[in-house]
Design a protein around this ligand. Sequence first.
Ligand code: NAD
Length: 372
Amino acid sequence: MTAKKSGRAPAKAPPKKPIHLKSKDKASKIEKPGKAKAAPAAAVKPMPKPIPAPAAKAAAPKPAPLPAAKPAPFAPAAKAKKTNGAVRVGVVGCAGRMGQMLLKILINAAGIVVVGGTERRGSPALGQDLGALAGAEPLGISVSDDPSLLFDSADVVVDFTNPIATVSHAQMAAKTGCALVIGTTGFDSDQLSALYRLAQRAPVVLAANMSLGVNLLQQVVEEVARILDPDWDIEIIEMHHKQKVDAPSGTALALGEAAARGRGQSLRRIAKRARDGQVGPRIKGEIGFAVLRGGDVVGDHTVIFAAEGERVEIIHRASSREIFARGALKAVLWAAGKKPGLYSMRDVLGFSVQGPQGSTGPAPPNGPTPAS
Ligand code: NAD
């Protein structure tokens, strides 16, 4: 189970109490982490020796003042701390809508210690305190633009960014053996192939939608599609907030895949992703998509099965991003210490395994979703 090369430890039972990093230890803030030293086989990641707290001001004669140190872009506080078996988690894209929500959930979660967060170069969030970013107590860890340090010090990194950034993060996961939980959507087939390949060297959970409800919906849609004959037309409607950049949503595509699977088909062959102009009558057997954008809608999905004289509609509405962050937390705790491979939310939630979700790309070579 353990990715022995990286010396990562299997997930341990989470302690009862959440562990918060409230260190004001200046030394630990400005020290950059060195590379992990050679780890004993299957041991917990090596921890640097704790750095003694600076002496109280009045206690001793003042040492000569140090040259002004530049504030470190990344304060790997957790590397210098004992984590008591808690899973060390980093968040890339930590200032995004999902990143901030995730931080809030992770900071308060039992069995988790947040060890860092990154943002894209030039982000106004760089240098901000992670806790403050999540509207919580300061953690003494600032937002960095260097993910390599994070992958070096975390057991699991969570990624809700964009496809290009995610593939580069997956490369770092493959290099370090750090587990990666990917919520990003909108991958093209080349990017998906890259993720499948890289997941052979690190545990990767890929899920276009991390909510329990949507994963349940996928099961239901697959089953309904299996039961109803092909005279029933399948259409999928989704609506999201006006800032969303990919369409149809990864969730809509995952629902389409579930429906196609239920019919024993490949979505890529039967998907009708847009209709405009003189498109002619509907082609029997296709699965159609319609996309709406506006306001602050977190995510609505409707799968319609339409026949002559009747219609079945299955709907999921997300009213808070918290459901995705809670799913991501489950995935983090589940992924820590897993063997390399590509996993889905179904693996995490214990549903039957059919393959990764949100994939519109090629089928994983030799089924990279390992038995879990
Ligand atoms: P967002 O734009 O608010 O956040 C993305 C963040 O990533 C931004 O802060 C951006 O600066 C940052 N970023 C970009 N490049 C980066 C890099 N190289 N390194 C570090 N950070 C970088 O978007 P969002 O609404 O939070 O959604 C992010 C992604 O997650 C989208 O693909 C969205 O579709 C997906 N999403 C998935 C789920 C799910 O359950 N799987 C739920 C909601 C959103």
